[in-house]
Design a protein around this ligand. Structure first.
Ligand code: ZN
Length: 330
């Protein structure tokens, strides 16, 4: 019996501390006169309402029971799985955003690269968790999100998530100097805050959320250990495919706002062909600029085989990037 074991240990500790006999300590604890700090609070049974409460419920409609705050997981009938998952922060949405991009590129990206991308989705979840923790105004309005999910409307869910997706796309990067110099230190600092968080938790939903973030931070820490053993038992170098996260977010936002997605061929203002590598976003609307890699055209007047210049990328304003039309080349 664990309770009994705890009581015995508490009594032994009290006896040692106060210099009294074990039985006296037992008696004092039983009488409730023991060290109040050591006494566990007796559990209280609080019934929860059987269905999610309406938005803004203050509990007067169901006296004696605790509110049940709606979560996307509560929408179980008539709602597609992907709609519900896309509304679940942080992990569900990260998974859906990753899937949409990776599954759209099924034929062009190698299976190996995709495997790594699938393993990287936790990083997007951690970024979502960090952004919503630090800037709660990025969280979707719950009533709006609930209406979108219950209407099985994926576009409406995406619209509710737009500020968060955009903030994530603006934070994440494919530029190594920015990642190592700004983004990674910021996530490190957040991990430190989470690990030293001693806030009082009042609801089981908060406890759940804390647990999820704690696991993501664990993963982050494991990722930067000198070597990690992967699922197959092989030792892997530290690190994570952080460029992939930026790619998913760019593709998602281009889908919604137009522009050129990563991998698209464009023509720069002076006619040079280029390949979009990453997209730069402003506060709202379509892309403001593209990070492009130049392609070398053929030497004999034909389009030739275009070879991307892999050594660097160039930041080109969105206005200077036209869609690449191969027909104009002939
Ligand atoms: Zn309620």
């Amino acid at each position: 019996m664990t309770d009994d074991k705890h009581a015995k240990r508490a009594a032994r500790d009290l006896a040692a501390r106060e210099g009294i006999s074990y039985t006296a300590a037992r008696r004092r604890l039983a009488a409730g006169a023991g060290d109040v700090d050591q006494e566990p609070r007796p559990p209280v049974v609080v019934p929860t309402t059987s269905t999610p409460c309406p938005e803004g419920c203050e509990g007067s409609g169901h006296p004696g029971t605790a509110c049940w705050t709606w979560r996307p997981a509560d929408a179980t009938t008539g709602v597609r799985w992907e709609v519900r998952r896309a509304a679940e922060l942080p992990g569900g949405r990260a998974d859906q955003v990753m899937r949409r991009d990776e599954e759209a590129r099924e034929n062009t990206s190698s299976r190996w690269a995709r495997l790594h991308a699938w393993e990287t989705k936790w990083l997007l979840a951690l970024v979502y968790a960090m952004l919503t923790d630090q800037r709660p105004e990025l969280l979707p309005d719950r009533a709006r999100l609930r209406a979108a999910v219950e209407a099985d409307d994926l576009a409406a869910v995406d619209a509710a998530m737009e500020p968060l997706d955009r903030a994530a796309a603006r934070l994440m990067t494919k530029v190594p100097a920015v990642w190592w110099g700004e983004v990674k230190p910021r996530i490190d600092a957040y991990a430190h805050v989470v690990e030293n968080d001693v806030r009082e938790l009042s609801t089981w939903q908060e406890i759940d959320a804390r647990h999820v973030v704690g696991r993501l931070v664990d993963q982050w820490r494991r990722t930067w250990e000198p070597t990690v053993r992967n699922a197959s038992g092989l030792l892997e170098a530290p690190g994570v495919l952080w460029v992939a996260v930026k790619g998913w977010l760019d593709a998602l936002l281009v889908d919604r706002h137009g522009g050129h997605a990563p991998g698209a061929r464009v023509r720069l203002g002076d006619g040079r062909p280029a390949l979009v590598y990453a997209v730069e976003w402003g506060e709202e609307g379509p892309p403001v600029a593209y990070r492009v890699r130049e392609l070398e055209p053929g030497r004999h007047g034909n389009a030739g085989r275009l070879v991307p210049c892999l050594t660097s990328d160039v930041l080109a304003p969105a206005a200077g990037c036209q869609e690449y039309a191969p027909a104009a080349e002939d």
